[in-house]
Design a protein around this ligand. Structure first.
Ligand code: MN
Length: 287
């Protein structure tokens, strides 16, 4: 029996774990796979020399380094959206779930067509900006920046908007979020009135947005013309209301106010509270 049997047994166990892990994580890397196969074959040998064990150790170390690189790459891909690769998030409930307050027809058109158009527009702008970055030709950068702001705000705000609403919505907020609303607006009723007024009075098309300001450490209501004009950067949207005509016209025609009033029946406060709790942890030096 080899005096190095313990180590060889350890490598054998490690090899099984690594292969299981690669299968679980659906990592297919040919180079890594052939290194593992080679180690598996070499484990059949009868290890007698110290040099043989050291060579085995080197192979194991190489696999561990390559595996680390592969896993880090995998994590980076999961944690960020590469330029030009945004996708339309699925609606978190059926298209008819917000009836009668927001019709199925509107939800289909709004989500599948309008939101998709913002995703496509943002991807196009990001790809063109990446191209400019690579070629050093920034002659059209103003145009693509404008497209990225318009479509990017459109994509991100709609992504929040779908989750801000829910068939189990309505009612009033609770807990810490309610306390903060009372602190900053006097009462929930006062907040609701102000948010509704802002939404009804957006000039043309746009959004009403409840934000948390990490710097001022308080809630504020903003009126956004289009998706990005008059918005205040350095804030985090918590509750957003789409008052573009495509969000209500099929059902409410020119009566935006009725749509705004009905919106409160589907506001999903647990979602807003979750956004608030996470956003609230951010804090920058006040000025
Ligand atoms: Mn919209």
């Amino acid at each position: 029996m080899s005096v190095f049997k313990d180590y060889v047994d350890q490598v054998q166990g490690w090899l099984v774990d690594v292969k299981d892990y690669l299968a679980e994580q659906r990592i297919s890397n040919e180079g890594l796979q052939s290194q593992l196969d080679e180690i598996e074959r070499s484990l059949q040998a009868d290890y007698k020399q110290k040099e043989e064990i050291l060579a085995l150790q080197d192979k194991v170390k190489q696999v561990q380094a390559d595996l680390r690189g592969e896993v880090e790459g995998q994590e980076a891909r999961q944690q960020s959206v590469p330029a030009g690769q945004h996708t339309l998030p699925p609606l978190p409930y059926p298209y008819n779930a917000l009836e009668p307050y927001i019709s199925e027809e509107i939800m289909r058109l709004h989500h599948d067509k309008h939101h998709q158009a913002y995703v496509d527009g943002l991807n196009k702008a990001e790809k063109m900006m990446k191209q400019a970055r690579e070629s050093g030709d920034f002659s059209l950068i103003k145009h693509w920046q404008n497209e990225a702001a318009f479509n990017g705000s459109g994509h991100y705000l709609h992504t929040i908007f779908w989750e801000n609403m829910n068939p189990n919505g309505g009612g009033e907020p609770h807990g810490q979020l309610l306390k903060q609303i009372v602190k900053d607006f006097g009462s929930y009723a006062a907040f609701k009135k102000e948010f509704s007024e802002v939404a009804k009075q957006v000039p043309g098309v746009g959004w009403a947005i409840l934000v948390w300001s990490p710097r001022a450490r308080r809630l504020e209501i903003l009126m956004s013309q289009l998706h990005m004009i008059l918005t205040q950067w350095d804030t985090i949207p918590l509750l957003v209301l789409d008052v573009w005509e495509h969000a209500y016209y099929l059902q409410y025609k020119n009566k935006r106010a009725d749509y705004v009033d009905q919106f409160w029946n589907v506001v999903y406060w647990p979602n807003v509270a979750n956004r608030y709790e996470k956003a609230h942890k951010l804090q920058w030096t006040p000025f």
